[in-house]
Design a protein around this ligand. Structure first.
Ligand SMILES: Cc1cc2nc3c(=O)[nH]c(=O)nc-3n(C[C@H](O)[C@H](O)[C@H](O)COP(=O)(O)OP(=O)(O)OC[C@H]3O[C@@H](n4cnc5c(N)ncnc54)[C@H](O)[C@@H]3O)c2cc1C
Ligand code: FES
Length: 308
């Protein structure tokens, strides 16, 4: 017997050979089939930009959506490398530019390596956008701290783009970003541009400095002592390896920013991305549906639990 989840619409593909309305109940011809959340949409690579030796940013077009894909900062898509598999990848573009859909991908395994072989004009599949987003509207009027470790910069970039676009609506804004080495920093040209802005504090640190590096060396939470913010009115968005998020949340708390004002983006392996299969479950939450962005006071205690 095939199990069909009750609240997921069945895949309904209109058959072009059947004239619309033939043999259907009255009104059926006007009803659009519900989009099938399991079916990847055809997508095409417009451009590939190499960020670091192992990471690249792909600009992706959706021929079926001339206006692009609307998304909220922090959401992710499932990208499908044909014949290899599908993985969750954060959307790293500017939410005000849905026509410029960006994904920054690190080649770590079979699917991300297959995506890394894609070149301009080549095809892939895409489902999404999925998941919760950074609470950029709730944060209006507050000081905002964006704390990124490594690839964690990718899902934070849309939040920063949004905040800078609506800069007057926020208090002080600081980006605290750490990478292994200077050669691992993402969006380096943009980082230079951001660093020159008077209305944004940018603090960058690396674990190990190379020749010519004159910036900070050390971990992201250590940058907090240099950040300009008022703890009572600060909201923090954190994304990076879980150990970095744990230490960052602890340091934020020590400096007066409580867990309910800290939001973290979590990663768990995913399959369905629509809250059905349970693959991404963390305690009572499904990271694909309730997350990936969650309040730290709710998920922090669960981060010590190892993934199965
Ligand atoms: C919500 C969400 C958003 C994500 N956003 C991004 C993104 O923007 N860019 C991106 O590149 N990835 C992102 N990921 C991670 C990506 O989905 C996984 O890395 C995916 O498992 C890679 O699949 P794969 O088949 O290439 O490698 P796998 O076979 O899954 O992994 C290969 C090896 O790499 C290790 N590995 C897996 N993930 C990571 C990782 N993140 N860092 C270091 N080692 C890892 C595995 O343990 C394994 O040993 C996101 C994941 C989630 C859940
Ligand atoms: S990936 Fe299936 S429930 Fe989240």
């Amino acid at each position: 017997m095939t199990f069909v989840p009750r609240d997921i619409p069945l895949p309904v593909a209109p058959d072009p050979a059947i004239p619309r309305g033939t043999g259907s109940p009255p009104g059926a011809a006007d009803r659009q089939p519900a989009p099938n959340p399991w079916a990847p949409e055809p997508a095409r690579v417009r451009r590939v930009h190499r960020e670091t030796a192992t990471t690249f940013t792909a600009t992706i077009d959706l021929p079926g959506r001339p206006g692009g894909l609307a998304f909220a900062p922090g959401q992710f898509n499932m990208l499908y490398a044909f014949g290899v598999g599908e993985v969750a990848i954060s959307i790293s573009g500017d939410p005000a530019r849905p026509d410029r859909l960006l994904h920054t991908i690190r080649e770590v395994g079979p699917v991300t390596r297959a995506l890394g072989r894609l070149r301009a004009g080549m095809a892939l599949g895409l489902r999404g956008p999925f998941g919760s987003s950074w609470p950029v509207d709730e944060a209006r009027g507050e000081d905002v701290l964006l704390l990124a470790g490594g690839l964690g910069m990718a899902p934070l970039r849309p939040a920063l783009c949004h905040i800078l676009r609506h800069r007057a609506a926020y208090g002080r804004v600081a980006l605290l970003y750490g990478a292994r080495g200077p050669e691992d920093l993402l969006y380096s040209r943009e980082l230079d541009r951001w660093s020159r802005r008077a209305d944004l504090q940018v603090l960058v640190t690396v674990d190990r400095a190379g020749p010519g590096w004159r910036g900070h060396v050390g971990v992201v939470p250590a940058l907090l002592r240099l950040a300009d913010f008022e703890p009572g009115r600060a909201v923090a968005f954190v994304c990076g390896p879980e150990v970095m998020m744990r230490f960052t949340a602890r340091e934020l708390e020590r400096r007066g920013v409580p867990g309910e004002r800290v939001h973290a983006s979590l990663e768990r392996n995913m399959k369905c991305a629509v809250g059905i299969c349970g693959r991404c479950q963390l305690g009572p939450s499904f990271i694909c549906k309730d997350g990936p962005v969650l309040r730290y006071d709710r998920v922090g205690p669960l981060l010590a639990v190892r993934e199965l």
